[in-house]
Design a binder for this molecule. Sequence first.
Ligand SMILES: O=P(O)(O)OC[C@H]1O[C@](O)(CO)[C@@H](O)[C@@H]1O
Ligand SMILES: [Mn+2]
Length: 438
Amino acid sequence: MAEKVDEMPEPLSAKYVDQFAYPTVKDRLPVILTKVIDTVYQYKNTAAEQHGEAGKEDCKFIVSKLSELKNAIQTDKPLTVLADGRGDVSIWNKAIQKEIDDHGNKHPSWFKSPWLLTECYMYRKINESIRMSSKLQEFDPFGEQKRSALKNSHDACIVLANYIHDITKDNKDVTYEQFSKILQIALWGNKCDLSISAGVENSQNVSPLLYLNEMASNILVDSTQQVWQALLEARKNGKQTRVDIILDNMGFELFSDLCFAEFLLRTSLAHSIHLHYKVMPWFVSDVTREDFLWTLQTLKDSPNEVLSKLSETWQNRLQDESWVIKGDDFWTTACDFRQMKSKAPHLYDDLTSSSMCFFKGDLNYRKLVGDLNWNHTTPYELTLGGFHPSPHCALRTIKCDLVVGLQEGRAEEITKLNADWMLGGDYGVIHFCDLIEK
Ligand SMILES: O=P(O)(O)OC[C@H]1O[C@](O)(CO)[C@@H](O)[C@@H]1O
Ligand SMILES: [Mn+2]
């Protein structure tokens, strides 16, 4: 059993200029926000066609709100409470109030607050300005980029669809090698994320099978064996195994997650898969319900028969409920996961019915470990702060300066090769925690 943490590290924050939070708040977030402003500005004629003058006025309103937001970021203004009436407003405003209380009644500002709060808050403020419009409340400013991400990954999807078809068609029992391969494809699918690239196209356009060997040494924590054993154990016990996948990005990452889900069902490593999407446009490329359903329909309409048949199967899974898709406000708050039990007990309770949860991507990882400035060698299970609804696996490519569970000296070794090694998604971790809550 891991020993206790003697003192809790500080939250990552842009107040530390040597942390990645600083260039993110100073440069990356304004770049992303500027692209959103341009997108809304370009949309005004379409909005006028669809909604008349009201649509055009909406675009002007949203552009003005987001321009104010951009100025607030760049001049380090205080974070202000939300006012759009969504059900999550109280969680958000309590988080902001907590910062005010913790700082002697001083309003938290963009460069003085925890990074997790400020980055999530920007995306929530984008949604607030859109929701306060009169006709454009469902407009997704990232929709075009997310749809292109899938279209540009079409060939890679065909390769993966054929692979899944080939390894499951004879109903032979699944091998560890196959499981490990499909898990690594889901891991590296996380490299395709438009937030890290600030919206610059970075789809998967080469075969996802070809690079697994050369990437293997970039997996710095590999708990595949434990994940495999836990799933085999559950299957042996004859339990109705439910697996949850907390989704991340649209495009090839979503496709690789769905192939993983299909693989688990076809090999009876799971009997049902619950897939968690975001309830609003989030971190540029995160999957919303609309994105999920559009993806299945677009793949179904593909001229490639294997892809089309696979996606038709997936649409049927939504009907027979071997796949259940769901969203929750909690995933698009700034709360880290140690707060789930108190802030979203219904969600925590639901996850206790899962045999294993797979958390995809960098933001989920940051929330699992609390976005705190841990030493790289701190054991993973020590960083979870008691979050344990069920056994879980974190599949994450490293995109920020927060990595735990490494062997002594490993981070220093890689830093010698490339000082920015933690920022590009070139390395990955597969953490597993079956810590049974005491
Ligand atoms: O889509 P993912 O893998 O969660 O990546 C998003 C992450 O990338 C970053 O934009 C870069 O660190 C973070 O701000 C955010 O946590
Ligand atoms: Mn994401």
